[in-house]
Every structure is written in C-alpha cells, then in structure tokens.
Design a protein around this ligand. Structure first.
Ligand code: 13P
Length: 279
C-alpha cells in the first residue's frame, strides 16, 4: 500500500488524483439488438453522483459498436465506447480482423489489449501485444493493457515475475507520457469467470507492483498517473473492497456487466468509495 487511506469502503471517501474507470467486457455476448436494450437500460440507471466520480466504458462485440455509438452519442450517455481487441496493422490481408483506425472512426475511446483469452486461445504473444498498443496510440485511443498470472504460476510463486515480463515487453512500446495515461488491468487468469475473485489484499499487492514497475520504467509521473483495474469475478458485493485499496483505480468486469441492473450496482459501489457516506 502506498498511502494511509482507509482499506474499507464507507469510513472516509477515497482521495485520489486518478478518476476510477469501470469497464464492461461483454466478450462474445449480446448481439446488437440486445446491446441496444442493455446500454439504454444502463443509461437510465446511472446516477450523476456516480458518473461524476466514476468513468464507465462498455466493450461490446465489434458488430454492436455502431449501434452503441449512435445510442451513446444521441442520448449523451456518460458511457465511453470501448472495443475488446484490434489488429496491430492499420490495414491489409488479415481476414476476419478489425483495425485500430476502424475503431477510432466509430468513436471508440478504450481498447482492451492482450486479454488473457486473446493470449491463451488466439496465440497473442507479448510482441503482438506491444505492436497493438502502438496501433491503439497511433489512432489516439487509450489501451487497457491486460496482465495476469495463471494458477500454476501463482502456486509456483511466480506472480510478480510473470507480471514483470508482460509489463516489460508492453511498456517498451510506450513513451513515458503514454504510460501516464495508460490503464493496466490486473486479471489473474484463475479468477476469470470462476466466481473465485482474488482477495482485495492480493489484488492490491499486484496493483502496487504494477504501479512501481511503470514508475521504474516511465518515471514518477507515469507511476502516479497509470490507472490499475482489477478484473476477475467482480460482482456488486465485492466491488467496493477492491476500490478501497489505494492502488486500485477501477474494475474490468465480465459476467456481472452483461445485465444493466448488476453493472449499475457495481458502478454505484465504486462511486460509494469516493463519496462521503451521507450522499
Ligand atoms: P469475469 O468478471 O466474468 O470473471 O471476467 C473477467 C474478465 O475477463 C474481464 O475482462
């Protein structure tokens, strides 16, 4: 832990120069009609006292992006449009892929890069992650870089060395000022979709390690600026526990983001960490 902030939500509002970011990773769920209903429902549930304090991004499948863009822009919803992945090249013979400029043209602000499912199921290497980070920046969007260890790596005491290797390669693609606006999602693979979230203390240790690594690589401003999300079996009940930790600045939410009521509750729980209990 890096400061004397409270470790439990509710007592005192969390003070941070970093605005928390809560992101919905829908993975391969919801076609564009369901996306329309879900984002409209979410928009009605979001309260200004939460979205004033918490940034929200929704990352639907590619086929939903245009629909969600029109809805969000048309109704001025306090939701940033996100994508789940993109190719590292701007164009070319890459059947089935989508490029960063295509996403930028749709008003996408955040792109998830190097999710563990891309790494393990689709062979995304550290080198490709680095090239994709560059592509996202080339088109003035913000990457959400995913890092995290497997259960075997954790059991073998290799969590930090795994994170260090993933970060070393990715940060090599970024200038210090790009690191200062980076979002890194710590997603231990064993916690994704299992209902077995990391403890807040373990997540906080990883977040502190990530911040320290970014600071070593990009300088103090980069370490201070980088936002670290936790992801893996987040739900409305455990969300505030993570945000009570000084080095955790947001959440990357899978299953619990698919339905608007639950995701709105997660956002409200995060907002409650930054507000005095009376509001
Ligand atoms: P779950 O919240 O379903 O565990 O998924 C986490 C995740 O992979 C978000 O990117």
């Amino acid at each position: 832990m890096t400061s004397a902030e409270p470790t439990k939500a509710g007592a005192r509002p969390k003070r941070s120069t970093r605005k928390p970011l809560v992101s919905a990773n829908w993975k391969m769920h919801h076609d564009h009609t369901v996306a329309l209903h879900t984002v409209r429902d979410l928009g009605m549930r979001l309260r200004p006292e939460d979205t004033g304090l918490v940034e929200v991004s929704v990352h639907p499948p590619f086929t939903d992006l245009r629909t969600v863009q029109v809805l969000v822009e048309g109704e001025s919803l306090p939701i940033a449009l996100g994508a789940q992945h993109c190719h590292a090249e701007d164009e070319g013979a890459f059947t089935g892929e989508v490029s960063a400029p295509m996403l930028a043209r749709l008003g996408v602000r955040y792109v998830i890069v190097g999710h563990s499912e891309r790494r393990t199921l689709f062979g995304m290497t550290d080198e490709l992650v680095a090239a994709t980070l560059r592509a996202v920046h080339r088109h003035a969007m913000q990457p959400i870089l995913c890092v995290g260890e497997s259960a075997q790596e954790r059991d073998a005491g290799k969590t930090e060395s795994r994170l260090a290797a993933q970060l070393e390669s990715a940060l090599g693609a970024l200038a210090p000022e790009q690191m200062a606006s980076l979002v890194v999602a710590y997603e231990p693979i064993w916690a994704i979709g299992t209902g077995r979230a990391a403890s807040a203390v373990d997540a906080a240790d990883a977040a502190s390690f990530i911040r320290l690594t970014v600071a070593e690589r990009g300088g103090p401003a980069a370490g201070e600026g980088v936002r670290v999300q936790y992801g893996g079996s987040v739900n409305p009940e455990n969300a505030a526990d993570f945000l009570a930790e000084p080095d955790i600045d947001g959440l990357l939410v899978g299953g619990a983001s698919l339905q608007a009521p639950g995701f709105a509750e997660v956002i409200r729980a995060v907002g409650s960490c930054y507000r005095s209990p009376a509001t």
